[in-house]
Design a protein around this ligand. Structure first.
Ligand SMILES: [Zn+2]
Length: 345
């Protein structure tokens, strides 16, 4: 496992719509690990091997994260914000944040009052960020409307090979697809293999749409996080019994392609990687949903990393699950044949 690369992604702000810094890191890292690495107009970075093959597989992990965006500056020099993606507003008051400005990161505190802490339906408009400025002019000289904001927290290692941090969703996935492609390239791949770190999943899913429309894959695999159910307050009846450290999760649902799932399962056995299963209804809420509907339609599957406390500043995952996802996908790419027939009969 290349922890240095993984942690460099986890310490880079990448709120949806502001992913250039993280995508540049991925681009630079992959330059000597694939035949070709490209960046498109939306900032999606795609690495590929065997682009001339007529059978193509696309793996995606989204590089963007949820957060806040500055909408206004008050006369007193404080910032008003709106939410980007599925935030839990009540988690922000009383926390330190980073504001990503044109000239770099500046820090702030989200104001906290007794009234705010007791308010039931807290909305993003209720949040105010104190960056230390005393006037609108002073704040405006440092921050522009549209600048993005995240919690001022990165990654910490826990006991048992686990990590906690903000937006493991889905920088873990972006790491996994790139490592899997690099490893498959080392061991030899016969199909066209593509790995993309997509933009905008938490808001528009446009990144995955652009990427799949251009690659025109025969199979798409979205690599994203899924809800672990191994902590108090969760219910295994909702999606299944998913635990940290028990391996990648394959999804059974009406839109996930059964033959692609079977190929992933076979790859997991060859690679000696245990997999878990979740069950869900029609849409997956991932890049898979939009890739599926590009071009002539694309069979897709999900490979998920079990995650606790999704969309909180302290998400938790297991490094062994991350490594097992890499192993599984590298094996899948290495053994896939150009003659693969995905028709059910
Ligand atoms: Zn995600």
């Amino acid at each position: 496992m290349n922890k240095e690369f993984l942690y460099s992604l986890l310490t880079t702000g990448s709120v949806s719509g502001n992913e250039a810094a993280i995508e540049k890191k991925i681009y630079d890292y992959m330059k000597d690990k694939a035949d070709e690495v490209t960046v498109d107009e939306l900032g999606n970075v795609t690495a590929c091997v065997n682009s001339s093959s007529n059978f193509k597989v696309l793996l995606t992990g989204h590089a963007d994260e949820i957060g806040l965006m500055v909408t206004a500056i008050t006369d007193g020099g404080m910032l008003k914000v709106t939410g980007i993606g599925g935030i839990y507003t009540s988690e922000y008051p009383g926390h330190k944040v980073r504001v990503y400005t044109e000239r770099g990161v500046i820090y702030g505190a989200v104001i906290n009052t007794e009234e705010l802490s007791k308010k039931k339906e807290l909305e993003a408009a209720d949040l105010t960020v104190d960056i230390g400025a005393s006037t609108k002019e002073e704040a405006s000289s440092a921050v522009a409307l549209g600048d993005t904001v995240t919690f001022d927290t990165d990654v910490r290692e826990l006991l048992g090979g686990r990590i906690t941090g903000r937006a493991l969703d889905d920088r873990l996935g972006a790491y996994i697809v790139m490592e899997a492609l690099a490893r498959a390239n080392e061991s030899g791949v016969s199909v066209g293999a593509y790995a993309a770190a997509t933009t905008g999943e938490e808001t528009t899913m446009n990144g995955a749409y652009f990427t799949a429309s251009r690659v025109k894959p025969d199979i798409a695999i979205a690599v994203d996080v899924t809800y672990a159910t191994d902590y108090p307050g969760t219910d295994i009846a909702e999606t299944g019994d998913v635990r940290l450290g028990r391996g990648p999760v394959l999804c059974n649902n009406p839109s996930v392609h059964k033959k692609v799932n079977a190929l992933l399962r076979a790859a997991s056995q060859r690679a000696g990687v245990a997999v878990q299963t979740e069950a869900a209804n029609g849409r997956t809420g991932t890049d898979g949903d939009v890739m599926h509907r590009t071009g002539r339609g694309v069979p897709f599957a999900l490979v998920s990393i079990p995650l606790r406390y999704m969309h909180s500043p302290a998400e938790c995952a297991s490094l062994s699950d991350v490594e097992d996802c890499v192993k599984l996908l590298a094996e899948f790419l290495t053994e896939l044949s150009e003659d693969t027939d995905l028709r059910p009969f």
